[in-house]
Design a protein around this ligand. Structure first.
Ligand code: DON
Length: 573
């Protein structure tokens, strides 16, 4: 096994070349720099995930003859134990799958609103959005989809060589036996003290004598282990029926939610045809709604395809065009997008080359004010999801992004289950024009409703060349997920960066509203001055998101663990 830590200093030795413009003075020198991203090359298989133990477990599954889907499922369960802020049993996610036999498909295991949800469930007595309801109470909890989604992936696309119990066993051992707290877990647990300890069931697991567990302490989760064992033995019934389901529903209701055991019994993941686009001779396969990721990504790529970015190079002009593409795609996201079960969306139009050409015709040398693109409202922030990329020796590839929404979700562990619950329903639009926690404005298309899936930005993506994987990518980052994935792809395909450079390169983000561009550290001041001169409002932001990616190259599989979170790791064999 060859492995490298995303945050290790040793990693610097493996960096191919300095990333363009990274060495220039920062916009705001008080912000931390982006650490170097390592590249790991291997011939047979690769897992890149945000937590090292889970990444290793995935590779062990590959080494035992499992395929990429088996490995992804094992990583998913392991992350529930080792990366509780976003790996989960109590949340949801999306998986994009490319099989070497040419099959492309996706699994939507997004959380659903309970049957008793209503369009006004997140409003206060005056009819205004009540942020406590949608973020901090049981009302925010969507019916968890992760277990059903991982099981569906395994049943339909696993190799059949390993049993479900084999894939869950490493997670059971980590939960039951415990492990030493390190890396991102050590970084984030102290910050989450209040969110977790207001629930006694969570405090018992994540705190000790009133203090949060910290670096070097052991995290032991016997109740989570018991829930994982129930799934290993009884499949979906171990989670969605019987004791675990009843305890989850009871915990949500005790926190002022409306979820019932029937909501859990009725949860179904959905296999969906992938969202497809093309970009400069590559095929892009990504998530369809209820993720907005695929549609927005393909729209932005279509817009940018009309410019010779390779010739322009990674500088002001290209940045300007990227920002303008982002504004237009995010505006459409706000207006049109929601759960496909309840809203009709002009998806063919939004992802067509002709539509992109029309959008391009409104892009000039200066920034287009967002207000001129369409009306909406302001706000934002966030980064607590997780993405992992997997490929096996046959070229089967999986891109998976999962989340509890906020870091550690609602912070509530359902008593007796070890399952940390999400607050995903804040991704609904509480009221037309109102922003969610990431500042994403929405309208009628994304109002809450019974059994509805809230619109997501998660963008697990596989780029194919001649039908074979070329790049596997995705990211956490709330609203910034889609623009992160866009830039990784453009950096790799247009600017010919290595995957490590493409992941490390400083990122920009514009989401239509508010009308400003977030700018990571590391851009050349002259480029930023040029952007300001064109009318862009720039907001310095600390490094964000984490695009754990794999490039498929003539030299082998090259994994790049994003260095923006501690402990991300690329493991190959
Ligand atoms: O599904 C979504 O778009 C959000 N709930 C994702 C949240 C997220 O990425 C948090 N931060 N990294």
């Amino acid at each position: 096994m060859r492995l490298l830590r995303g945050s290790s200093l040793l990693v610097a030795l493996f960096i191919a070349t300095a990333v363009l413009a990274q060495s220039a003075p920062q916009l705001d020198s008080t912000l931390p720099d982006i650490p170097p991203v390592a590249a790991v090359t291997a011939q047979h298989g690769m897992v890149v995930a945000q937590e090292a133990q889970a990444a290793r477990i995935g590779v062990q599954i590959l080494e035992r003859g499992g395929n990429a889907v088996d490995a992804a499922v094992a990583v998913g369960f392991a992350l529930a134990a080792t990366y509780p802020r976003a790996g989960n049993l109590g949340g949801g996610g999306f998986m994009v799958i490319h099989l070497a036999n040419g099959t492309n498909t996706s699994i939507d295991y997004r959380e659903t609103a309970p049957a008793a949800a209503t369009p006004d469930m997140f409003l206060d007595a005056r009819g205004e959005p009540d942020l406590v309801k949608s973020r901090d109470t049981g009302l925010a909890v969507g019916v968890p989809g992760s277990v059903a989604g991982l099981l569906m992936a395994e049943q339909k696309y696993g190799s059949g060589k390993l049993k479900l119990a084999d894939l869950i066993q490493p997670a059971i051992e980590l939960a039951a036996g415990g492990f030493t707290i390190d890396d991102d877990l050590a970084d984030t647990l102290p910050r989450t003290y209040e969110r977790l300890t207001r629930w006694p069931s969570s405090a018992r697991i994540f705190a000790n004598n009133g203090a949060m567990l910290q670096q070097g302490d052991r995290l032991v989760q016997p109740e989570l282990a018991a829930t994982l064992r129930a799934i290993a033995q009884r499949g979906a019934f171990g989670f969605y029926a019987g004791r675990v389901a009843e305890q989850i529903a009871a915990a949500v209701r005790a926190a002022n939610g409306v979820m019932t055991a029937d909501d859990l019994k009725n949860y179904r993941p959905i296999e969906r045809p992938v969202m497809r686009g093309t970009y400069r001779g590559y095929d892009v396969i990504a998530m369809p709604p209820p993720s907005s990721g695929g549609v927005c990504l393909i729209d932005m790529l279509n817009i940018l395809e009309g410019y010779d970015l390779g010739r322009l190079g990674r500088g002001t002009e290209a940045f300007h065009l990227e920002i303008e593409a982002m504004k237009r795609a995010y505006a459409d996201r706000a207006l049109y997008m929601g759960d496909p079960a309840s809203v009709r969306m002009p998806l063919d139009e939004l992802t067509s080359k002709a539509y992109a050409a029309r959008q391009r015709s409104s892009i000039g040398p200066r920034a287009t004010p967002s207000a001129d693109i369409r009306a909406g409202a302001p706000a934002r922030e966030g980064q607590n999801t997780t993405h992992y990329s997997v490929i096996d020796r046959d070229g089967n590839a999986v891109a998976t992004t999962t989340t509890l929404n906020f870091s550690y979700g609602l912070g509530l562990v359902a008593e007796g289950t070890g399952v940390l619950l999400n607050n995903e329903l804040d991704d609904f639009t509480a009221k037309p024009g109102a922003p969610n926690a990431y500042g994403l404005v929405g309208f009628e298309a994304n109002l809450p409703g019974p059994n509805k899936r809230p619109l997501s930005s998660m963008t697990p993506t596989i780029v194919l060349k001649d039908g074979k994987p070329a790049l596997i990518t995705g990211s956490p980052g709330g609203s910034r997920i889609i623009s992160t994935v866009l830039q990784v792809i453009v950096n790799a395909l247009d600017f010919k960066m290595s995957v490590a450079q493409a992941v490390q390169a400083s990122r920009l983000h514009h989401q239509w509203m508010p009308d400003e561009t977030d700018v990571e550290p590391g851009f050349a001041p002259v480029a930023l001055d040029d952007l300001r001169a064109r009318g862009h409002t720039l907001e310095p932001t600390p490094p964000y998101s984490s695009a754990n990616s794999i490039a498929i190259t003539p030299q082998g599989y090259v994994g790049a663990a994003d260095s923006r979170t501690h402990g991300a790791m690329a493991v190959g064999y």
